[in-house]
Design a protein around this ligand. Structure first.
Ligand code: DGT
Ligand code: CA
Ligand code: CA
Ligand code: ZN
Length: 575
């Protein structure tokens, strides 16, 4: 296993604390791990810069040796032992709402609860309500939550299936007998959630390919096993089961099959109408003349669309709206290669895993010409947000690193919290020294829409605020975010010249595509940013761009495609 970065080390220390709580270890031992995690979080250096962790205040000898093992080997034998000791069904219960290590520990030690079944039994026997810290209400809540627990959701968030899709792709690349293959369906169209994954494979030997598919690692169920179509359920990790369809066709039919199973259904309906007007029928194998019965096949999808007098229609907008009626230039959507900068990311100065220099080198490695470092502000204490004094020192470091590059610019930035009372975390005289000011909401999600809108309004009216980040705060499939009147937000963005962020993190992806569309129509500029907390998250740009394409987003409306001078002059116009 590879060495762990700082973020992973902090998370592992917190995990150890939870396991110790479950085991019923004394509070002093538990808090030693939490304190060590906090000490690392508060320190703005990377692990390499820190060197010997036992020199840090708040870290004892024992914890230091665990940190060193994590740094060097990317694992902790202590945690592995804890995992052996504690029933895995018990740990899974941590995902129940309101459950932490302490509560699970009580259930385990005092009632012998080991998994969802035994917990249900204990609740039904009314044993849980008598435990200290629980009550009749809690018991009822747990029973309710257990009904949902372990149920498979109808649709899987894209963030969960992306690693699965990448893993299957990697395996198919090693198969023998495949000529080409592509991932079709809603995943190819870039939807936020998918029901299943659809792989289209061209081969002259479907049996050979099929037998490799059914012998794949971690198949949970083979749902159906035909010569041209195999449906399976693959399990990844503890709790993720992904349904996957594989369709095998001859290479000649590949383009037609790919188009057919990319969908959407509504787009396919539009295409079939077109075909009917030409006395033709579209099938997954090609286009058939209803007069002669002759079947035409295509080299690729461009050929398929050209057959109907259409330009290539990107998968992301094949949703059955007006994509067949659109001018060719409006189909020229933003591409990953248009991106020149990532303008929202974190370093060890707040809750990121890597240093300013490391993030700069990684961003430059993405082929960008510039970037902004935007750590959290002081309100966000859990993320070690910067106060005025630390911001100043951070900016000194950014300028110093910036001077080392002749072909690359690092802008100073801040992700400033909009406080629950609607005020901003920094005063204007601090903001004016910062190149790229992001405002965002990380607290009091339960406020009503009016209060939330007031908070956003204050931020947008501030002349130094360039962008509102992740405007809804949602996490796809996990939480809805805070209540926002999106129509009004877009209007205000247009009025104030504030950029709205399409957050490229696959868990977030707000703005959603319908709002990207609206914002673009109203002349609002969009920022596509990864909000990376470590270097490899910069790759999420691809997901963000895909989400933008679903909203018909064009290059010129995305601030990340501008060169640094254009960006700076846009920002100064509003100041
Ligand atoms: P989902 O629900 O996230 O899996 O969405 P899709 O679009 O991937 O749906 P899926 O997997 O059922 O089928 C993939 C595509 O294949 C779908 O977008 C259109 C095409 N398709 C599948 N079954 C039918 C059908 O019965 N009629 C038509 N017109 N198209 C179909
Ligand atoms: Ca699908
Ligand atoms: Ca399917
Ligand atoms: Zn952020």
């Amino acid at each position: 296993m590879a060495a762990f970065n700082k973020k992973e080390i902090i998370q592992t220390l917190e995990q150890i604390a939870v396991y110790l709580e479950i085991k019923g270890e004394n509070a002093f031992r538990v808090s030693a791990y939490r304190k060590a995690a906090q000490a690392l979080e508060r320190d703005e250096r990377t692990m390499a810069e820190i060197g010997d962790p036992s020199k840090l205040k708040g870290i004892g000898k024992g914890t230091a040796s665990i940190i060193t093992e994590l740094m060097e080997e990317g694992k902790s034998s202590f945690l592995d032992e804890l995992k052996e000791d504690i029933p895995s069904g018990l740990v899974a219960l941590l995902s129940l709402p309101g459950m932490g290590g302490k509560k699970i520990g009580k259930l385990y030690q005092e009632l012998g609860v080991e998994n969802a079944d035994t917990l249900r039994k204990a609740c039904e026997e009314k044993k849980v309500q008598s435990l200290a810290g629980f009550g009749a209400k809690t018991e009822e809540k747990i029973l309710k939550a257990l009904d949902e627990f372990g149920k498979r959701p109808d649709r899987l968030p894209i963030a969960h299936v992306m690693p699965a899709a990448a893993e299957i792709t990697r395996r198919l690349n090693e198969f023998t007998g495949i000529e080409r293959f592509e991932l079709a369906g809603s995943f190819r169209r870039g939807r936020e959630t998918v029901k299943d994954l659809d792989f289209i494979i061209s081969t002259s030997d479907p049996e050979e390919v099929g037998s490799q598919i059914t012998m794949m690692e971690n198949i949970e169920t083979i749902v159906s096993n035909g010569v041209t179509k195999i449906s399976v359920e693959l399990s990844f990790g503890d709790r993720l089961v992904v349904p996957v369809d594989f369709r095998m066709v001859e290479d000649e039919a590949f383009a037609s099959t790919l188009h057919h199973f990319t969908g959407s259904k509504d787009h396919n309906v539009l295409m079939r109408q077109r075909a009917k007007e030409k006395n033709e029928k579209i099938s997954e194998y090609g286009v058939e003349s209803t007069e002669t019965g002759e079947v035409t096949t295509f080299k690729d999808e461009t050929g398929f669309f050209a057959h109907f007098g259409l330009p290539y229609i990107p998968p992301e907008i094949r949703e059955g709206y007006d994509e067949l009626e659109t001018e060719e230039e409006d189909l020229n959507l933003i591409k990953v290669s248009d991106i020149k900068a990532d303008l929202h990311m974190h370093t060890t100065w707040s809750d990121g895993a890597q240093s300013v220099r490391e993030m700069a080198e990684a961003s430059r490695g993405m082929g960008y010409t510039h970037m902004a470092i935007t750590d959290h502000s002081k309100f966000l204490r859990v993320a070690n947000g910067l106060d005025e004094e630390r911001l100043k020192r951070q900016q000194e470091e950014i300028r110093k690193v910036n001077d080392e590059f002749s072909d690359f610019t690092i802008l100073t930035g801040i992700e400033m919290d909009i406080l629950p009372d609607g005020s901003l975390d920094f005063s204007d005289d601090i903001l004016k020294e910062t190149d790229f000011v992001i405002a965002s909401i990380h607290s009091a999600f339960k406020q009503d829409e009016k209060t939330i809108m007031k908070r956003l309004e204050t931020a947008m009216n501030n002349p130094y605020v360039a962008m509102v980040a992740h405007p809804t705060g949602r996490l796809i499939g996990r939480r809805d975010g805070y209540p926002v009147d999106m129509e009004r937000l877009i209007e205000m963005a247009a009025e104030t010249g504030t950029i709205l962020e399409l957050n490229a993190n696959p868990n977030r992806l707000d703005l959603a595509s319908e709002y990207v569309k609206k914002a673009q129509e109203q002349g609002v500029k969009i920022g596509i940013n990864t909000d990376a907390h470590k270097a490899d998250m910069l790759a999420h740009m691809q997901t963000g761009v895909k989400a933008g394409r679903r909203g018909w987003l064009k290059k010129e409306n995305v601030v990340n495609t501008w060169d640094v001078e254009t960006l700076l002059s846009f920002l100064s116009k509003n100041r």
